[in-house]
Design a protein around this ligand. Structure first.
Ligand code: GLN
Length: 507
């Protein structure tokens, strides 16, 4: 039997680390250049590119609900990750093909076949991620015993894998794809496809050797009472067609993803609270998960401006020259992964230092601090844009400072949220509550796209409006983000004390 008293982690964790690193390489690498690809290589306008980005990422975080369910009932985690990984590799390859067929000029317009390839590629990514993401996160937990104290640090190590992958992916795709020549975007998609193949090969190679529980039993295999593994394959094309249809309607006809995601959250809440077998204490803890997830929406909606409006800002309004080298605009997003990996030990030290003095804030206060840091990041970017004239560029220091504050904010909120959800969920709802936690970024990312679509372009006479208030310039645009994250932070600070009573001793 494995030694659970030492602080050494099982090899399976490092296998998961490597697989997730390659997958996040692919996911974040592609996302970093997506809006630039849409606007510069396919000549979409910013609003359409932002909406398509938001719809895509919204659905990416929605399908884990389905992928988690299919794994629990039919396939098990390993098969789901393998299938999801291959579908994602194919998706990136189809995007590579769409880039091969791109129009030379805006006047030429995107051909129907290239447009179809773009949607098909994104659809495959959505479906594949639904199987990959929830199952890899779940696999980490299965390597440990019920009261194993290494679990929290295992998730922290895993989170580093996520960010190392995001850092490397972003770096490579920016360098090979975002070169200033729109023909080069294709190399980014190809690199991401190769990364996904590496992710699946790594799992295939190591699964039998390393995916063992604390009792040395294989984990993540097909559930014993599965009604048949093959049955559900038919749902893959159905899910793909659904994603394509929803994404298309959302981008070109009317905004349906946002209400659809909100409705899903309401239906899940209804189903869970209708369960009569839950005690009052369980209900109160679940209520906290829903309330916290609600606040997390405001975090990700403003945080995820990174690959959208903040990339437009990096591209057009930031002085990107360093010692004769022009930094590609997409590379700024890379600062997030960099700061997460380098600052995580610092944060652990700060919490440990405060903990020893009995002054460590509870999870809810940490989350409110995370939201506050996000606000602060946007306050920093407001400084130079106050009276900014189009064409004048600001120092890249401001974006670096914004990403630093946002990354520290993420460290206060994201890994902590994962373990909080775990601790608050009654055993039978752990997976569902995890899916609720991922529904928050789903809703938020769609909202992020909607916010980014408000990006004003005064030089082109493009004035947008938010809740009826016109947005004439970048100062007013970033003020929306200051307001959303600032108000959410303030309210969470105010109600954290009351909410903690509903958590019944869990911090
Ligand atoms: N950056 C983390 C990841 O990719 C968290 C994302 C999220 O929950 N929105 O897994």
């Amino acid at each position: 039997m494995a030694d659970t008293t030492s602080s050494r982690h099982p090899n399976g964790l490092y296998l998961m680390f490597a697989i997730e690193m390659w997958e996040r390489f692919s996911y974040y690498g592609m996302r970093a250049i997506l809006v630039l690809y849409l606007t510069k290589a396919l000549f979409f306008d910013k609003a359409l590119a932002s909406n398509l980005y938001g719809g895509y990422v919204g659905l990416v975080y929605m399908t884990p609900l389905i992928g988690g369910f299919i794994a629990d009932r039919y396939w098990g985690n390993r098969r789901s990750i393998l299938v999801g990984g291959l579908v994602m590799a194919l998706g990136q390859f189809v995007l590579f093909c769409s880039a091969l067929l791109r129009p030379e000029t805006a006047a030429e317009g995107i051909t129907p076949i290239a447009g179809f390839m773009l949607f098909l590629g994104l659809g495959l990514m959505i479906v594949g991620n639904g199987f990959f993401k929830p199952n890899i996160a779940a696999m980490v937990g299965t390597l440990y015993g019920p009261n194993d104290r290494r679990r929290d640090s295992a998730y922290t190590i895993f989170y580093m894998g996520i960010n190392l992958g995001s850092f490397l992916g972003n770096l490579i795709t920016s360098l090979v794809g975002d070169t200033g020549n729109p023909d080069d975007f294709k190399w980014a998609f190809l690199a991401c496809s190769i990364a996904m193949i590496l992710a699946t090969l790594t799992l295939w190679w190591g699964q039998n050797k390393y995916l063992l529980s604390w009792e040395n039993q294989p984990v993540g295999i097909t559930p014993k009472d599965s009604p048949g593994v093959s049955k559900i394959y038919i749902w893959l094309p159905v899910l793909l067609l659904l994603s394509l249809g929803i994404m298309y309607i959302d981008a070109f006809v009317t905004n349906i993803i946002f209400p659809f995601l909100v409705l899903s959250a309401v239906v899940i809440a209804y189903l869970v609270f209708a369960d009569k077998s839950l005690s009052r204490i369980d209900r109160e803890k679940i209520a906290v998960i829903f309330i916290v997830s609600f606040f997390v929406i405001f975090f990700w909606a403003t945080f995820e401006q990174a690959p959208a409006s903040l990339t437009f800002f990096a591209d057009e309004q930031t002085d990107r020259e360093v010692w004769g080298y022009t930094v590609p605009p997409s590379l700024f997003q890379n600062l997030n992964g960099f700061f997460i990996v380098t600052c995580a030990p610092l944060m652990a030290f700060v919490w440990g230092f405060l903990g020893k003095r009995n002054a460590e804030p509870s999870s809810l206060y940490k989350m409110a601090i995370g939201l506050f840091l996000l606000t602060l990041g946007y306050v920093v970017i407001e400084l130079p844009v106050k009276n900014l004239v189009p064409g004048i560029k600001v120092s890249m220091f401001y974006l670096v400072a914004l990403y630093f504050l946002h990354s520290i904010g993420e460290l206060c909120l994201s890994p902590i949220g994962l373990s909080l959800v775990n601790k608050l969920s009654p055993a039978k709802y752990v997976s569902l509550m995890m899916a609720v936690w991922y529904l928050a970024p789903a809703i938020a990312n769609k909202a992020a796209g909607m916010i980014s679509a408000l990006y004003p372009e005064p030089e082109k006479g493009i004035v947008t409006s938010f809740l009826g208030i016109p947005i004439h310039n970048l100062y007013e645009f970033f003020l929306i983000n200051v307001g959303i994250s600032g108000v959410a932070s303030l309210v969470l600070f105010l109600i954290a004390g009351r909410l903690s009573k509903l958590m019944h001793g869990i911090k």
